[in-house]
Design a protein around this ligand. Structure first.
Ligand SMILES: Cc1cc2nc3c(=O)[nH]c(=O)nc-3n(C[C@H](O)[C@H](O)[C@H](O)COP(=O)(O)O)c2cc1C
Length: 364
């Protein structure tokens, strides 16, 4: 592949102009500092990856209750906003664009993360099987969460809005609402984790109400042209199950057309995992339903990514693990150079090792 690669063509997502169609997928790296404030090492990490058309930040909690892993950054305190500002300044100075992924983990949290050691909140009091993280990095059995009262939901939506406004104040080009991977919004959408009997549970319209209200409120606050959304129709992680994901996500994507979002991001993650809805779910069926720009993700290599764009299945491709290991992925695509392998032992937590020290192509 070379400079005439599909991936290297520019594209416009709403108010955001991308120099190319290589998107950095959101990647939790658990390296925030005290107070979950972004660090100078994080500035360097993102700066190194600024040649991608768009960087999506690691998932970032919108409120203390939304955290579920150690040392993940937040976007709810003034110190966090100031920390992110250094990152967006560095990315912009290097010619890049960046959005922040707005996150509430819901029942994936543990009381040790919660103010006053309260139980984590969720649509329903249904625990995830197995063990999750505590702030020390040790794993403990997931707790049975507390079902949110109907009257508490406007406060959650307000936290998404504040997170979005704080992101713009921190210099981001926009936000990505995290509706994927078994976190709070996804927990509401799936009938396995949502047994509510109020207007946020039961029918498809009710289960997707939180998503739609968050989309409505965030787009009203910062503009649809600066708002993206990530969904993961086939992802079974974090105890997700859904009796009819094809129906759920056909409904979601059709309804989202009412909002001229900067982009929709579909993560195919889980498609080949046990228990995934993958074998019966046709991800490509969502493309013709969506009138806006589409980003796809999950184990794309160069050939698959080029083909997805050439075939009209996607407008851009997000790369996760390849961008952990190849900060200069765009140059490697342009020069048809090989890609470094990632070391998964340094994905979560630690220092610059496996974070900012991956080799780049030498200039010639
Ligand atoms: C270390 C790591 C951290 C991740 N963190 C996030 C995250 O914060 N938000 C999210 O939506 N997905 C997250 N994901 C999923 C990735 O965005 C992506 O969907 C996944 O890695 C598959 O894409 P890939 O095959 O290009 O790596 C993470 C994946 C990995 C490996």
């Amino acid at each position: 592949m070379s400079a005439d690669s599909n991936l290297l063509q520019p594209i416009v997502f709403g108010a955001i102009s991308l120099a190319n169609r290589v998107v950095m997928a959101p990647l939790t790296r658990c390296r925030a500092g005290a107070g979950n404030v972004p660090t100078d090492l994080m500035v360097e990490y993102y700066r190194q990856r600024a040649s991608t058309g768009l960087i999506i930040s690691e998932a970032t909690q919108i409120m203390p209750e939304g955290q579920g892993y150690p040392s993940t950054p937040g976007i709810h305190s003034a110190e966090q906003v100031a920390g992110w500002r250094k990152i967006t300044d560095a990315v912009h100075a290097a010619g890049g664009k960046m959005v922040l992924q707005l996150w509430h983990v819901g029942r994936v949290s543990h009381s040790e993360f919660q103010p006053n050691q309260a139980l984590p909140v969720a649509p329903s009091a249904i625990a995830i099987p197995g063990e999750g993280y505590t702030p020390s990095g040790m794993k403990k059995p997931y707790e049975t969460p507390r079902a949110l009262e109907t009257a508490e939901i406007p406060g959650i939506i307000a936290a998404y809005v504040q997170g979005a406004k704080n992101s713009i104040a921190a210099g981001f080009d926009g936000v990505e609402i995290h509706g994927a991977n078994g976190y709070l919004i996804d927990q509401f959408m799936r009938d396995g984790s949502n047994h509510r009997t109020d207007q946020y549970g039961g029918s498809l319209e009710n289960r997707t109400r939180l998503l739609m209200e968050v989309v409505e409120a965030v787009t009203a606050a910062v503009g649809a042209e600066r708002t993206g959304l990530r969904i993961s129709p086939v992802q079974p992680a974090n105890g997700m199950s859904d009796s009819n994901p094809q129906e759920t996500f056909t409904y979601v994507v059709e309804k989202l057309n009412a909002y001229p979002l900067a982009y929709l991001h579909i993560a195919g993650m889980g498609v080949d995992q046990p228990g995934a809805a993958g074998p019966t779910f046709d991800l490509n069926s969502l493309r013709p339903l969506w009138s806006g720009k589409l980003v796809v993700n999950y184990r794309y290599d160069l050939a698959k990514a080029e083909a997805a764009i050439a075939g009209g299945y996607a407008d851009a491709v997000a790369f996760g693990v390849p961008l952990i290991a190849n900060p200069d992925l765009v140059a490697r695509i342009a020069q048809d150079a090989p890609w470094n392998e990632a070391d998964s032992s340094s994905f979560y937590g630690g220092d610059e090792h496996g974070y900012t020290d991956y080799p780049v192509l030498s200039a010639h």
